[in-house]
Write a protein that binds this ligand. Structure first.
Ligand SMILES: [Zn+2]
Length: 440
């Protein structure tokens, strides 16, 4: 029997091989625009068709006529633990103007597969699917269970996707651990420097603040302008001080990554860990040490000479895992109350526990990935669907099986999202190796 590596080499000589369809599948998946909820149904059907072609059973999990998830399980024995391969099929919108190739073309050009979702997270999804199908061909040899979970609407906050599953179908996560997005592969010039397996993340707190007043012609002298009240309150909120600090999550990551980084960065990390100084940080390091607050949208009237009746502002906060969310909310509400403004919480997570480093799941990932580079427990300064599962006590590990260059990384939620085909195929193989290590 030909080994995959041999097959791949032959594929380069333009024959049809096992590795000719990962690219094709990713291209086809990208071609389905999936801004939640539009297009999600079609994408669910696409994944289902690939499972069907390979003789694998699955179920759609629906709520009020909407497909929330697709679940498929290869089970040796229901009493055995299960690895769940999870990814979200929705993507963020893409405006074509700044893109080199149309964002939903999925074209293969310059050695890269281009399009929205190539990395976040359709590339990961296809790598998981390939591994899952491969395992299914030898299901009689399974020593443990493996499942595939495709979910909707992560980019909309996931409350109606994984959040809903945790509230209504927690049974599918019983005796399971989960592989999800959110990890990184730190790239050094000679390849991967270290693998960051995401074990903890920040807590989102999304808030809307609304002000009401008497609208009308801007020439009137007696108007009660809600936008003015809103701006005063926003100014007050911007004055809130968030002091830097090293949390347990930050310490866990920084301590382990320090010896793997170049000397200059290692020195900065050492100083931070000793709490000597937070003044000199490497780019992006602030996110690991600070609660952040960004006012992202403000709205008033539609015309320069109309005073609105209502003004609104949206605030996106990313809090450190141990930040007292109630305390932060209290400070914001105090500012808002001074002008009688309404505060509405749009999204929040109260707890952000750390997934175990002693679990068989973490050890499986570590065993496979450390063959290429050291493994580090990574603290993600953003958030993913993993937060719902961790709050419910389920171990989740975010990994990127792909070693991405900075240009590719900047395409995530930006223009020109793309992945090198070569690296994509490497990632497919890594994912297969992980799932095989677990399953057989
Ligand atoms: Zn994502």
């Amino acid at each position: 029997m030909l080994k995959p590596k041999t097959l791949f080499s032959l594929c380069l000589l333009s024959c049809i091989s096992l590795y000719s369809y990962p690219t094709k599948w990713l291209q086809e998946y990208i071609k389905i625009p999936t801004f939640s909820p539009t297009g999600e149904e079609k994408a669910f059907l696409y994944i289902a068709s690939l499972l069907e072609q390979n003789g694998i059973k699955y179920q759609f999990i629906t709520y009020k006529g909407r497909t929330v998830a697709l679940f498929s399980k290869l089970e040796k024995d229901s009493s055995l633990p299960t690895l769940i391969l999870m990814h979200h099929l929705d993507v963020v919108p893409a405006e074509g103007k700044r893109w080199k190739y149309p964002p939903f073309s999925g074209v293969l050009k310059e050695g890269k597969i281009w399009g929205r979702g190539a990395i976040d997270a359709k590339g990961l999804g296809i790598a998981q699917l390939l591994a899952f199908i491969k395992i299914s061909k030898n299901r009689e040899k399974l020593n443990r269970n493996v499942a595939m979970l495709v979910v909707c609407c992560e980019e909309k906050g996931g409350t109606e996707g994984v959040g809903w599953l945790i509230r209504n179908r927690k049974d599918i996560f019983l005796n399971s651990w989960v592989i999800n997005e959110g990890g990184i592969a730190k790239r050094f010039t000679n390849g991967v420097g270290w693998w960051g397996i995401e074990v903890v993340q920040k807590k989102p707190l999304w808030i809307k603040i609304s002000a009401r007043g008497r609208g009308g012609h801007s020439a009137s002298g007696y108007l009660d302008n809600p936008l003015h009240k809103l701006l005063v309150v926003l100014n007050g909120i911007l004055e809130l001080k968030f002091e830097p600090r090293i949390t347990e999550a930050g310490k866990l990551f920084l301590k382990r990554v320090k010896p793997l980084e170049p000397v200059g960065i290692a020195k900065i990390i050492a100083k931070v860990l000793e709490k000597k100084t937070f003044d000199t940080l490497f780019p992006g390091m602030q996110s690991f040490l600070y609660d952040t607050l960004q006012i992202t949208m403000v709205s008033g009237s539609q015309s320069i000479n109309i005073v609105p009746e209502k003004a609104e502002a949206y605030i996106d906060m990313r809090l450190l895992p141990d930040t007292d969310i109630e305390g932060v909310l209290k400070s914001i509400k105090e500012k808002a109350t001074q002008k009688n403004l309404e505060v509405e919480i749009l999204l929040q997570n109260r707890y952000s526990p750390i997934s175990s480093l002693d679990s068989i799941g973490f050890k499986t990932l570590e065993k496979v990935l450390s063959k290429e580079a050291p493994v580090v427990p990574f603290f993600l300064p953003g958030f993913t669907d993993a937060r719902f599962l961790r709050e419910a006590g389920i171990d989740v590990y975010g990994i990127s099986p792909f070693v991405l260059d900075p240009l590719s990384t900047s395409g995530i939620h930006g223009a020109n999202e793309s992945i090198s085909e070569k690296e994509f195929i490497k990632g497919v193989r890594r994912m297969e190796a992980i799932v095989k290590e677990w399953a057989f």
